[in-house]
Design a binder for this molecule. Structure first.
Ligand SMILES: [Zn+2]
Length: 122
């Protein structure tokens, strides 16, 4: 199993026992290494490290990939969301609900589970 490093630029500066490696007089705090991480799409050991990365590189990343410079609009044609509810018999049922018009259309469980199935315009 390959271990990977936390991408937090300050990970090694946090004083925790698990980061402290080596023996006297060569002890150092080190970047965490794990087979997987919980945060930031498996890249960061903690929310702190995730935030540290964003505080240091976030503006550059946004400018690189494209800063939002005008309002985005979700129209009626693309406002369908899958959801579920229970009827008076306590049976679960699935529907597509339009967040703008509030229209509801029935869905089968298979359609609900099918991530490619959509009423939204592509
Ligand atoms: Zn970290």
């Amino acid at each position: 199993m390959t271990l990977k490093y936390c991408q937090g630029p300050k990970c090694h500066t946090y004083h925790t026992q698990d980061r402290l490696k080596g023996t006297k007089p060569n002890k150092t705090y080190q970047t965490r290494r794990r087979s997987s991480f919980y945060y930031g799409n498996d890249n960061f050991c903690s929310m702190n490290c995730y935030n540290d990365w964003f505080n240091k590189y976030g503006d550059q990343a946004i400018n690189h990939f494209g800063r939002v410079k005008e309002v985005k609009k979700l129209t009626e044609e693309n406002a369908w969301q899958k959801t579920y509810d229970w009827n008076s018999n306590h049976d679960m049922f699935y529907v597509y609900r339009n967040g703008i018009t509030k229209e509801q259309r029935p869905l089968t469980k298979a359609q609900y589970d099918d991530t490619n199935y959509t009423l939204n315009e592509r």
